[in-house]
Ligand binder design. Structure first.
Ligand SMILES: [Zn+2]
Length: 190
């Protein structure tokens, strides 16, 4: 896959800006490794706003479904969340890979609490993961001359200037789930 012309630093900067604008905070004081809900007091409505800002800035579609819902959709009902709405051991392990090691992120956690573990760095990785999936050829003119960015965020075809098209966040999450399952066999196979 072609390398994205968008830098990691720029993604971090834009995540800070999106959080700062939505939550009325100073971008410079935001710790990328601290959970957004606890450190910055974000609500679920705020997350919609933050995601929308990032999607507009980078021309991407972030995942709309919760990771554990996607796991159950792909690998079977009950494998990630038990009857009492608590996360299973394999789900906890998957979440630690996705969200980083954090206190309290373990089996038995109420599934509704999972979004409160999202850090700015998780958003950086989500955006970056999508931007890393640039197609080989432009969908508009079929050129393989490569990609460029004029504003540092939106990627366009170097030949015709059409916007790059990316897989959406849900699609990428699903393929990541299958990849982890193939490598580690975390979840029971029914
Ligand atoms: Zn083109």
């Amino acid at each position: 896959m072609p390398t994205s012309p968008v830098t990691r630093e720029r993604i971090e900067q834009e995540v800070r800006q999106a959080l700062a604008a939505t939550l009325r905070k100073d971008a410079a004081t935001i710790d990328l490794d601290k959970p957004i809900v606890k450190a910055l007091g974000a609500t679920s409505i705020d997350f919609l706003d933050i995601n929308f800002r990032l999607e507009s800035t980078f021309g991407v579609q972030l995942a709309t479904q919760l990771l554990l819902d996607l796991v159950e959709e792909e690998l079977g009902e009950g494998v990630a969340i038990d009857r009492d709405g608590r996360i299973t051991e394999p789900a906890a392990e998957l979440l630690r890979m996705y969200l980083g090691e954090q206190p309290g992120l373990k089996a038995g956690l109420d599934a509704d609490e999972v979004p409160s573990f999202v850090t700015p760095m998780v958003l950086v990785k989500s955006v970056g993961g999508i931007l890393d999936h640039l197609p080989e050829a432009c969908g508009a003119c079929s050129s393989t001359d490569g990609w460029k960015t004029d504003d540092g965020c939106k990627v366009v075809c170097a030949s015709c200037g059409a916007a790059a098209t990316y897989p959406d966040g849900d699609e990428l999450s699903k393929s990541w789930i299958h990849q982890v399952q193939a490598e580690k066999g975390l979840f029971p196979v029914s």
